[in-house]
Design a protein around this ligand. Structure first.
Ligand SMILES: Cc1ncc(C[n+]2csc(CCO)c2C)c(N)n1
Length: 223
């Protein structure tokens, strides 16, 4: 999966951290069905909290946008997170007997706090590209994981999850975010973006967010 031309460069800069994230034991447990249900539900509760802040981060990106096209994308993603993605979590948790008020009042684990506040700080301290570099591992990583698991003849236990992220709709979304990032890079840094003084900082943001994804899976395995 390439999802544009910037993402593969940032992914390469993350080195082994990318593999640790996309081939984590939690992910392999989703694939072969050995992930304990308790871990999955615990992950979903924390992910609900994560997504609330993730929606805030896309709303923050709106304030850092420089074109109407960027604003449209940020507004649409914020809305989709609140109306679709969070509802999906609410539904799966409700089926498992976890109410929405339990979700809302759940205590954030340190891994959730670290990741969400890191992304928001990337946006507050930096600009649109800092935010995109901190958000990209989340969006594209799940796209890569979903596509690989779907093609690997997975066990039926977590088929819903795998089909959501490996399926065509989500893959198109990843490609759209890839294009958004490529165009934002060209607009702000020009054609020789990789030679720009801010390039190492953007690679660092992407790598740190990737490490925080590994921490999030680790936390999922520790209900
Ligand atoms: C820890 C964590 N990392 C990534 C995702 C994936 N994700 C987050 S928001 C979203 C919709 C597109 O913006 C997707 C796929 C997640 N849920 N939780």
């Amino acid at each position: 999966m390439t999802y544009g031309s910037t993402f593969p460069v940032w992914r390469a800069a993350a080195g082994d951290h990318w593999h640790a994230y996309t081939h984590h034991a939690f992910v392999e447990g989703l694939r072969d069905g050995t992930l304990p249900r308790e871990s999955f539900l615990h992950y979903l509760v924390q992910d609900y909290l994560y997504l609330v802040h993730f929606a805030r981060a896309w709303a923050l990106a709106m304030t850092k946008a420089e074109t109407l096209e960027e604003m449209r994308h940020c507004a649409a993603t914020t809305q989709a997170l609140i109306d679709d993605e969070l509802r999906l979590h609410t539904r799966i948790c409700a089926e498992a007997g976890i109410s929405e008020s339990t979700l809302q009042s759940a205590e954030e684990r340190p891994a959730t706090l670290a990741y969400t506040r890191y992304v928001l700080d990337a946006g507050h301290a930096g600009g649109f590209l800092d935010l995109m570099a901190a958000l990209a591992p989340c969006v594209m990583g799940y796209g890569e994981i979903g596509a690989r698991l779907l093609a690997s003849d997975p066990a039926p236990d977590y088929a819903d999850w795998i089909e959501t992220y490996g399926g065509g709709d989500y893959q198109v979304l990843c490609s759209r975010v890839g294009t958004l990032i490529d165009e934002a890079v060209r607009l702000r840094l020009g054609e020789g973006a990789e030679a720009s003084p801010s390039w190492p900082r953007l690679c660092q943001r992407f790598t740190t967010a990737t490490r925080l994804e590994v921490g999030f899976w680790d936390m999922g395995l520790d209900p």
